[in-house]
Ligand binder design. Structure first.
Ligand code: SAH
Ligand code: AVI
Length: 330
């Protein structure tokens, strides 16, 4: 553990170390030597990837951020009244926008104590912590730089008020169904009897609307997608030529998820020098970089049930684009 900041109100610890450089190395070694190449979506988010994701959230085509934000604005006071929470643990926290809405509601209710963001992106977490500490006098921040698949045990013990553990933005949809349920079960272990999970899920809708959100006219999502190749180049001394890969995004109707892939325009041979690994791409060969599952209420309830959780309250926006679920341990 490295301690990155410690003052009266703010404490940031990192659990990413050399072993985590191995996490990218292992994922590249494993994912790029498979018959169907694949790399986990968490590797998008270096400083540039986090910045590109922020730009995606502003795009006219990318509705999930606006829809989820509108639900939070309408419901945050009610959620805080219902839970009496004074602590927000946010997994995959990214920018401070959504936390600000929930912390504002806690401040109005007089319960606000602590914000505990956890993210793999050090840059995103540090700037969010600094912004929020300036905005709420009564707030302390305990940031955890880590991977929510491996570092949930480093989330500090609960304080004296109930807490909300939030996984927003539809990030749960970036995991395959089995992993998703395992992750939900592990997150559930952070919940005491009065605590609640707040889960954001994008909803099934017209595939044309979904596909446009993942293939915007300005090509920001395409750059975000190619960023994973820049990350592998800089972290593992590889020689991918990102502009030689086309951005592909399509809605898989059977699985009800979006897939993002990178398709090699021509045959290419990539050296990942740090791993002594040579990877061959045929012309047209694809690398899967992300799935983003879309949900129905029934699917969310099934996942909760399988993970030892139960739905308490279901909130959507008027167009039913996105949903927020408040859930408890069953
Ligand atoms: N919650 C924000 C950001 C969503 S983007 C929102 O709703 O807009 C996904 C965020 O999760 C990024 O900040 C990324 O760095 C983080 N992330 C992705 N995989 C992660 C993992 N395995 N562990 C921790 N953080 C992760
Ligand atoms: C972070 N995650 C929920 C986003 C999503 O919609 O699946 C990431 C993203 N990928 C492309 N655009 C946005």
């Amino acid at each position: 553990m490295r301690s990155l900041a410690q003052s009266g109100d703010i404490r940031i610890e990192s659990f990413l170390s050399e072993t985590d450089d191995r996490s990218l190395a292992n994922d590249v070694l494993d994912g790029l030597t498979r018959p169907f190449k694949e790399i986990p979506a968490k590797h998008f988010y270096d400083a540039r990837g986090s910045e590109l994701f922020e730009q995606i959230c502003e795009l006219p085509e990318y509705y999930p951020t606006r829809a989820e934000r509108s639900i939070l604005v309408a419901r945050a006071d009610g959620i805080v009244r219902r839970t009496r929470a004074g602590e927000l643990v946010e997994l995959g926290s990214g920018s401070p926008d959504k936390a600000r809405i929930l912390l504002g509601a806690m401040s109005r209710a007089g319960t606000l104590r602590r914000y505990v963001p956890l993210d793999v992106s050090e840059s995103a977490l540090e700037s969010a912590a600094e912004e929020l500490i300036d905005e709420f006098d009564e707030l302390t921040v305990h940031g955890v730089i880590g991977d929510f698949e491996r570092h949930l045990a480093h989330i500090p013990d609960p304080g004296e008020t109930p807490r909300i553990v939030a996984l927003l933005g539809g990030t749960i949809g970036n995991f395959l169904p089995g992993t998703r349920r395992r992750l939900l079960r592990e997150i559930g272990r952070l919940l005491g009897p009065g605590d609640r999970l707040l889960l954001g899920t994008d909803l099934v809708k017209d595939p044309a609307v979904i596909e446009a959100a993942y293939d915007d006219a300005d090509g920001v999502t395409a750059e975000f997608n190619r960023n994973v190749l820049h990350v592998i180049n800089s972290e593992l001394d590889a020689d991918f030529c990102p502009s030689g890969f086309d951005h592909i995004a399509f809605f898989d109707r059977r699985h009800e998820w979006v897939e993002m892939r990178l398709r090699s325009r021509r045959p290419c041979s990539v050296l990942v020098a740090d791993l002594g690994l040579r990877v061959e791409f045929a012309a047209g060969e694809e690398l899967r970089t992300e799935i983003s599952a879309k949900f129905t209420r029934a699917r969310v309830e099934e996942d909760f049930h399988a993970a030892g959780l139960e739905l308490d309250t279901w909130y959507t926006d008027p167009d039913e684009l996105f949903a927020l679920s408040l859930a408890a341990r069953a």
